[in-house]
Design a binder for this molecule. Structure first.
Ligand SMILES: N[C@H](CCC[C@H](N)C(=O)O)C(=O)O
Length: 262
């Protein structure tokens, strides 16, 4: 007789040290209650990760796989750049990803994966903010905001304030859905340093959508060119804010191990 308790297989992956549990529900449907997501993501009580990624069959024409991203606090994120590259590696053959942020085409160039992260959105309603504001100069630490399918604010200046200011700004009432908070230092017109306090996850070694948002915001401020290398604690991404408004993110993806949950 088949046991009613199924074993769950997973793959541990990372992109520049931003680490993920990938669960493949493409063949057998997987339902993950909030409480299980929180436990699996916990570094003491579970496997541990910055985001849990759940794959299921695509439901839209032109997409190869449906991808959902969950934070360790159980909240769902509309986008996750580093995990998108890992999914491209996991699925293979340069899949088109179906996400909350739309259909994201992927390409592989040797060890590097490029994801078209879609259009950066700059209107206050799209981030969203709780009231009409100039998104290039928020009335909050003079941050600049944009959406990459998830809410980001970028502060230009002191990256050492990420640990202390990040958790406070994440929950500022200006962000009704909270926000990922990036701390950027411009090194040259094509190079910046970035640390990101992630919504629902805290300080991570790298944030792909945060790097996209930081370059978009830097270009809008006249601080960098449209193509910029973003150096985070975990390594480098190359970001291009393309003329069509979409953002191309290129970087590595790594498989760490496969496991089975009892
Ligand atoms: N690590 C991710 C972002 C996770 C997003 C999440 N923290 C949120 O929007 O709630 C990245 O590489 O883009």
């Amino acid at each position: 007789m088949r046991s009613p308790i199924m074993t769950l297989s997973f793959t541990k992956m990372h992109g520049l040290g931003n680490d993920f549990i990938v669960i493949d529900g493409r063949q057998i449907p997987v339902v993950l209650p909030d409480s299980l997501i929180r436990r699996l993501c916990d570094r003491h009580l579970g496997i541990g990760c910055d985001q849990l990624v759940l794959l299921s069959p695509a439901t839209l024409e032109g997409a190869d796989v449906h991808v959902r991203f969950f934070n360790p606090d159980g909240s769902e994120a509309g986008a996750c750049g580093n995990a998108s590259r890992c999914v491209a590696l996991f699925v293979g053959n340069s899949p088109v990803l179906q996400t909350r942020a739309g259909l994201l085409p992927t390409t592989q160039k040797g060890e590097q994966f490029a994801i078209n992260m879609g259009a950066a959105r700059l209107d206050w309603q799209d981030i969203p903010l709780s009231r009409p504001c100039d998104t290039l100069h928020l009335p909050l630490e003079n941050a600049a905001a944009c959406s990459m399918g998830n809410p980001h604010a970028t502060l230009f200046g002191d990256i050492g304030r990420a640990e202390t200011l990040g958790p406070v700004l994440e929950r500022d009432p200006l962000f009704p859905e909270r926000a990922n908070i990036g701390f950027a230092q411009i090194l040259s017109p094509d190079h910046m340093r970035l640390r990101v306090w992630e919504r629902g996850a805290g300080l991570t070694l790298a944030c792909g959508s945060g790097a996209c948002a930081a370059v978009v915001n830097a270009v809008r401020r006249g601080l960098t060119e449209r193509t910029c290398t973003v150096t985070m604690d975990g390594g480098d991404l190359t970001i291009t804010w393309q003329e069509d408004g979409t953002v191309l993110m290129t970087g590595p993806a790594t498989t760490v191990f496969h496991g089975t949950l009892a």
